[in-house]
Design a binder for this molecule. Structure first.
Ligand SMILES: Cc1ncc(COP(=O)(O)O)c(C=O)c1O
Length: 368
């Protein structure tokens, strides 16, 4: 039995001493929110780091998703994946949009681009795919379909901070991409999120929508929300950026130790690596196959008995929650891959502060 619990993740925090000068500065500025100096600097530095044109910071990823749909005036039906965190589909309901779930690809676990066209009808206005676990969707195929049917594409890139394909940010695909800086993410500002876009006018519209719809002191052009990131969160983000390189390196090491340690374990499979992709190692999902000695849930319980808290991301599927299961596209028979994966998946602990001995402990419990 491990003495210290090992959770699926542990938030990355910069040394507290380094944060104190930022606090002094905020106290001196007396600007706490509304596009203050830290907010502006963080947007600038994030654009540079991520290799994107424009960023609009938000209080969290969910409000960024809700606002992205409003910025593009999306209505009717939107095609999305059932294999995600529930906020993806919730953002559609918050806008009065009907989610249409399409099955996932068995290799990438992302929306299966081959199955999207069959779900398009005259009410379809957009596609909202998710780069699940930070592994890029089939962005080229999705672009082609969207162009053919004149649909918008909003990527839920909550997991995809810093992910590149052939050296280019995955966030540059689609009309808009959304990030989450929640405590559990690779890059956190405690709570936080962002919309990435390529066009200055679009950023201006998004900035208005996240500030109640204000254009100037006396003009409100839309029923915008309060989605503004505070100066404290922006300052933490600026400091986190200084440490993200080391955090990603350690995650990569853990990923590779898991892969070699689990290679020999019969019935445990990892997702494939792709040389074109620089991912962020945000999660370490395994699939517990039929020839493993235990069921997925029995392994989950066994790990728990050893003080190791893996998580079944994503089980249940979004389409199985009561608010969604009445939709025709939620029928399990329509989503066989997502159903099967959701019964087999287990995300193992991965975070920069994880020691080698903790990691080998996890491997040993799985190897039995
Ligand atoms: C895929 C996905 N979309 C959206 C969100 C929502 O982000 P937030 O928690 O920042 O609102 C999360 C995570 O929390 C997520 O994992």
């Amino acid at each position: 039995m491990t003495m210290k619990p090992i959770y699926v993740t542990q938030p990355s925090l910069p040394p507290l001493d380094e944060f104190i000068p930022y606090l002094h500065q905020i106290w001196q500025n007396k600007i706490l929110t509304n596009n203050g100096p830290f907010h502006q600097k963080f947007e600038e530095e994030l654009c540079d780091y991520l290799g994107v044109k424009h960023i609009s910071l938000f209080t969290n990823g969910t409000l960024a998703l809700v606002t992205a749909l409003q910025a593009l005036r999306i209505t009717g039906e939107v095609i999305t994946t059932p294999y995600s965190f529930v906020a993806t589909a919730h953002s559609l309901l918050w806008n009065g949009i009907k989610p249409v779930f399409v099955d996932i690809d068995p290799d990438t676990l992302n929306l299966d681009s081959k199955k999207i066209e069959a779900a398009i009808n005259p009410n379809t206005t957009a596609i909202m795919p998710v780069h699940c676990y930070g592994r890029p969707c089939d962005v080229d195929a999705i672009r082609r379909i969207a162009d053919n049917y004149n649909l918008k594409v909003i990527y839920d890139a909550a997991h995809a901070f810093g992910v590149t394909v052939d050296g280019e940010s995955v966030l540059n695909h689609g009309d808009l991409s959304i990030l989450s800086f929640h405590a559990t993410k690779v890059f956190n500002t405690f709570e936080g999120g962002a919309i990435v876009c390529a066009d200055a006018k679009m950023k201006q519209r998004i900035d208005q929508l996240k500030n109640f719809g204000f254009v100037d002191e006396v003009t409100v052009v839309a029923p915008g929300i309060n989605g503004k990131m505070s100066e404290i969160n922006a300052a933490i983000g600026l400091l986190q950026l200084k440490h993200i390189g080391a955090a990603l390196m350690r995650r990569k090491e853990i990923d590779s130790l898991y892969r070699s340690g689990l290679k020999q374990v019969k019935g445990i499979t990892c997702l494939n690596d792709d040389a074109h992709i620089e991912t962020n190692y945000s999660y370490f999902p395994i699939l517990v196959q039929q020839d493993y000695s235990l069921s997925r849930d029995a392994l989950y319980e066994k790990l728990k008995c050893n003080n190791i808290y893996a998580r079944r991301y994503f089980y249940p599927l979004i389409s199985d929650f009561p608010v969604y299961r009445g939709l025709p596209s939620s029928r399990p028979s329509e989503l066989p891959v997502a159903q099967a994966v959701s019964q087999r998946v287990l995300c193992l602990p991965i975070y920069p502060g994880m020691s080698d001995s903790e990691l080998f402990n996890v491997i040993n419990v799985i190897a039995g």
